[in-house]
Design a protein around this ligand. Structure first.
Ligand code: ADP
Ligand code: XUL
Length: 525
């Protein structure tokens, strides 16, 4: 019989599912439900709710609950053999938090299969909406937590990251300060990942070491809640948080709700969920050092596996737990695709024209540089948006197109140096990774081959692979991660872009000039 495993991904805009047959190394089903389109009564735009304050970005947790029912109903209709599934795990957008009252554990344990999930769980929230990772309204709380933990470097050494606005600790602190009654009524605080895992398992689920590291609350080395961080965040917090666990942990059997309503295998195991980035590390096969992933999406992110915990003392990058039991790093750059689009549109080009412009200027752009901070930047921290040009004529179309991509790649190289990883290869993913001209600049700046890998669903795939690994570990069998991911995570054939030695030498020098200009611009801010 086929060995089937299910992975879910509750992301910002959609709930996705992948079913894999692990023995034959095949994806046998995948589907996705877009929140705005499928559940318009929640009134979200791109999965989120916006109010008057542009810094506040929330989502309704009941929407995620209803999405689960809707997607499973579709799977039943599509004749997915749910009765054969052996284990289920999932991935959630990181940092988002769900606030539950004291009724939640009982409601989860007694889900009534004759009623929809949303009806079962409508009354369990002590806060109707969940702050998510796009929220950046907790600047004051970040300062308070950072100060209480002894400054930027100490905060990063303790929790794996400096205090960031989107991280869960600062978000919890803001809730406690601005809505003390709501905070007092909160008996349990979950992450998106642990909330969804709780529904599947029918009981409050642990938070795993990967997603737990995105909270500014976990001791990154000991993998336990850090007492000083809890104290700096809000009173009585320890009581409201679940336990921490490795992401391979089996919580129990799937809730009977899903067995009765959709015909799931009653012995299917429900595993702990993790964050989307830790899951993507598995879904992309990043299980040893030497390969980095760069995702060129709405934001550009650089991430990879890390064997030993090494923290960025400058507080720009993050260290999370990896599902392998080791670590992963992640750096998030806000001026990604939108910045490339801004320059493209400035000169009235399409992507073809942009690429022609890119290749008609020489590598290194004769020393011309742009700092493309169209929006406030996360890395490096730049609070005031601004475009800075050096030795660059604003009317020179080719040089400006080339400058923005070179700037992004050089910035990634500079700000990932703390990781001390010279990549042997880079996996490029995300919407802009289809653009070979951009990948050539990436290869030359990093002096490393770049291979394309299909990113769609890497988080859900990673979750399904984790389910396969977790079930085996639970039954006392050891399967090497290499064998878990084999056959699922190969780069696209013939997608390799090799670095050009002459161009790489040019960037080796230009990167120094870029770093100096960047430092000066930040000082002047
Ligand atoms: P998200 O992070 O929202 O999932 P995607 O990974 O889907 O985003 O990437 C979307 C982005 O891909 C768009 O904003 C667009 O700028 C970029 N993109 C799509 N095609 C190209 C192309 N040929 N060249 C450069 N960028 C592209
Ligand atoms: C990582 C981050 C995002 C979210 C949503 O720190 O904020 O990548 O996990 O995808």
């Amino acid at each position: 019989m086929a060995k089937l495993f299910l992975g879910l991904d509750c992301s910002t805009q959609s709930l996705s599912v992948i079913v894999i047959d692990h023995d034959s190394r095949q994806i046998v089903y995948n589907n996705s439900l877009n929140f705005d389109q499928a559940l318009p009564h929640y009134g979200t735009q791109n999965g989120t709710l916006r109010g008057n304050d542009p810094l506040v970005v929330h989502s309704p947790p009941l929407m995620w609950v209803e999405a689960l029912d809707t997607l499973f109903a579709q799977m039943k209709k599509d004749d997915v053999p749910l009765g054969q599934l052996l284990a289920i795990s999932g991935s959630g957008q990181q940092h988002g938090s769900v606030y539950l009252n004291s009724c939640a554990p009982v409601a989860l344990a007694r889900l009534n299969a004759t009623k929809p999930l949303a009806e079962n769980l409508r009354g369990v929230f002590s806060r109707a909406t969940s702050p998510v990772w796009r929220d950046s309204s907790t600047g004051a709380e970040c300062v308070e937590i950072r100060d209480a933990l002894g400054g930027l470097e100490a905060t990063a050494q303790t929790t794996g990251s400096d205090a960031f606005e989107r991280f869960t600790g600062p978000q919890i602190r803001k809730f406690y300060k601005t809505e003390p009654d709501g905070y007092a009524k909160t008996a349990n605080i979950a992450l998106v990942s642990s909330f969804m895992a709780s529904i599947i398992a029918g009981k409050m689920a642990p938070i795993d070491h990967g997603d737990g590291a995105g909270m500014n609350l976990m001791d990154i080395r000991k993998r336990v809640w850090h007492p000083k961080a809890l104290k700096a965040t809000a009173p009585q917090l320890r009581k409201k948080l679940p336990s921490l666990a490795p992401s391979s942990k089996v919580i129990g059997n799937i809730s009977s709700y899903f067995v009765k309503r959709y015909g799931f295998n009653p012995n299917a195991k429900a595993l702990v969920w993790s964050g989307d980035n830790p899951c993507s590390v598995i879904g992309l096969g990043l299980i040893k050092e030497g390969t980095l992933a760069i995702s060129l999406g709405t934001s550009d992110t650089l991430f990879g596996y890390m064997r030993r915990c090494r923290v960025d003392e400058r507080g720009e990058g993050h260290v999370f737990g990896a599902p392998t039991g080791d670590y992963m790093t992640l750096i998030c750059f806000r001026n990604g695709s939108p910045a490339r689009e801004r320059v493209r549109d400035m000169y009235h080009l399409d992507w073809r024209g942009f690429n022609q412009a890119l290749v008609s200027a020489p590598p290194g752009n004769c020393g011309a540089i742009i700092l493309p901070w169209f929006e406030a930047e996360i890395v490096p921290r730049v609070n005031r948006p601004g475009i800075h040009r050096f030795d660059l004529d604003p009317n020179d179309v080719a040089a400006n197109c080339r400058a923005v991509v070179e700037a992004q790649m050089m910035s990634m190289r500079i700000h990932s140096q703390w990781m001390k990883v010279a990549p042997k290869q880079i996996y490029a993913t995300g919407g802009a990774s289809t653009n070979t001209a951009i990948l050539q600049i990436m290869a030359d700046v990093f002096d490393s081959p770049v291979l394309r890998i299909e990113v769609a669903k890497s988080a859900a795939l990673g979750a399904a692979l984790r389910a396969a690994h977790g079930l085996l570990a639970h039954s006392g069998k050891k399967l090497r991660w290499r064998n878990v991911v084999a056959g699922f995570t190969n780069p696209l054939p013939d997608s390799e872009v090799r670095p050009n030695a002459t161009s790489a030498r040019v960037y080796g020098q230009l990167v120094e000039k870029y770093a100096t200009r960047e430092r000066e611009a930040i000082k002047e801010e």
